[in-house]
Design a protein around this ligand. Structure first.
Ligand SMILES: Cc1ncc(COP(=O)(O)O)c(C=O)c1O
Length: 481
């Protein structure tokens, strides 16, 4: 890596694009032809703006766009560099030489992928300074020594207390701190829940299409996973009843009632009541995965089923901070009656002893000082605008081959394709153009027919990134076949 270079960069043809995108394209082509290499510094924005006779904001926007796409990396107080993890494309002549020999190096020289996730948040919105302060407090404050020791397998008492208050206020759950287990993400909570409510070989009913990682957790816990179809109203309760009548080993049901994964539908009040009734009649435990409760944009709030359940229902309520914070910050939790929660805690202790107490205490601090609430408010506002933006683009570009119901909440749109359009083929072609999108087959259990649809997360990408993603989707789409 050298000092900042005065490398000359030319502004390519605008072709009707905004100028910052034309500049971004010029820079990527310099990287692709090997004139700019991984780790090379880019000119300062002021200097480049001066030499190209552009506004400095335009250069800033181009650098920002390329940083988001993974081409460039911004290093605080040092400048902007070509990302280190890009392949070295080599000088133009060498690259042609390599390509003609079809070497693996040429095959891996690919554009960074743009991803429409399955509903991830945008970690770029996290309040970095407040986070740093909370972590510093957790590592240097009075609770640090306790946090360094072995502790309760249910997790940090501070965080369980903060969650209990939060769940009571926001979600109508009357859990005490002792009814809560903090896990490393809801993934661990799902595994612990299944291993606490099911014996080996017993069955759990799940939604199909549904959430494959939950099925993996249940299978890892020794359960048999049996699909129940989902329709436009969510889990088909009649089908669940038929299954419960014929399948004697059925002991639990797993569902995502707030925003069904992947179809985004909210399970209505009548179905919820019928489900609670069925669970009682057939002795089924309910695992309620409320993975994105924070995001409700339209209509009235919908409380979890766990807030309405009676004392004789066995419900494990599972929540996650992955959608409010970021999936790499591994904090989820389960709420259940004490006997059940104790069984989960025993199993947790066997595989993980306890969680990461400094992390959990830092998160508790962020709840207590209001940072998470403020961040949640901001994230909701931004994501609602992104939902509407992506919805507008999808209507405009794909109204003739696809349709969707605007989701009232959650972080994804379920785009259903008209007859004859294959989501899998479309996704494969998009991948070839540098766009990752998730076709319905990813969410189908076993041999059930995969829905011809995409789950398109709108929160993790900016509006400019949406435009690029939808452009790539259009280029890969059925009209191009
Ligand atoms: C249905 C569902 N449950 C749970 C989660 C959260 O998992 P975790 O808390 O393990 O990150 C996700 C996605 O992140 C999800 O889509």
């Amino acid at each position: 890596m050298g000092r900042r270079k005065d490398i000359a960069i030319e502004l390519g043809a605008e072709d009707g694009r905004p100028v910052f995108l034309a500049l971004a394209a010029s820079i990527t082509s310099e990287i692709e032809r090997g004139r700019l290499k991984p780790g090379d510094p880019l000119p300062g924005t002021r200097a480049l703006a001066r030499s190209l006779k552009l506004n400095r904001n335009t250069v800033d926007a181009a650098y920002h766009e390329l940083t988001m796409q993974g081409w460039l990396a911004a290093e605080p107080s040092r400048g902007t560099f070509v990302a280190h993890d890009l392949p070295d494309f080599g000088p133009a002549q060498t690259r042609r030489g390599i390509a003609s020999k079809a070497s693996p190096a040429a095959a891996t020289a690919r554009r960074p992928m743009l991803r429409l996730s399955d509903g991830a948040p945008d970690a770029r919105l996290l309040p970095a300074a407040e986070f740093a302060r909370a972590f510093r407090n957790a590592l240097a404050g009075p609770s640090f020594l306790t946090a360094c020791a072995h502790g309760d397998p249910r997790g940090s008492p501070m965080l369980r207390e903060a969650l209990a208050a939060h769940l009571k206020e926001e979600r109508g759950l009357t859990a005490a701190p002792d009814d809560i287990l903090v896990a490393r993400g809801s993934q661990m909570a799902l595994f612990l829940a299944a291993s606490a409510v099911l014996s080996s070989g017993q069955a759990i009913a799940v939604e199909t299409p549904g959430y494959p990682l939950a099925w993996a957790a249940f299978r890892a816990a020794g359960a048999r996973v049996v699909g129940v179809p989902v329709d436009g109203g969510g889990l088909d309760i009649d089908a669940l009843q038929r299954l419960a009548e014929r399948e004697k080993g059925l002991k639990a049901v797993y569902l995502t009632p707030h925003h069904q994964y992947p179809t985004t539908v909210t399970l209505g009040a009548a179905r919820r009541l019928r489900l609670l009734d069925l669970a009682r009649r057939f002795g089924l435990a309910i695992i309620e995965d409320d993975y994105d409760h924070e995001y409700r944009f339209d209509g009235r709030p919908v409380l979890p089923m766990a807030a309405r359940a009676a004392a004789d229902h066995r419900i494990v309520y599972v929540g996650s901070l992955s959608k409010l914070l970021a999936p790499g910050i591994r904090v989820g939790y389960a709420v259940a009656e004490r006997g059940l929660l104790q069984r989960m805690a025993d199993r947790r202790e066997a595989i993980d002893r306890q969680g990461d107490l400094p992390l959990e205490n830092a998160i508790a601090g962020l709840i207590l000082d209001g940072t998470l609430r403020r961040h949640g408010r901001k994230a909701r506002r931004v994501y609602q605008a992104r939902r509407d933006h992506l919805a507008g683009l999808l209507n405009e570009r794909f109204g003739d081959v696809a349709s969707f119901a605007l989701p009232a909440g959650g972080l994804a749109i379920w785009l259903q394709l008209d007859g004859g359009v294959s989501a899998e083929t479309w996704a494969a072609r998009a991948e070839g153009l540098g766009l990752a999108i998730l076709p319905g087959i990813r969410f189908a259990l076993d041999a059930t027919r995969p829905p011809e649809a995409f789950r398109l997360g709108f929160a993790s990408l900016s509006e400019a990134e949406h435009v690029r993603a939808v452009d790539l989707m259009a280029r890969a789409g059925p009209a191009q076949e």
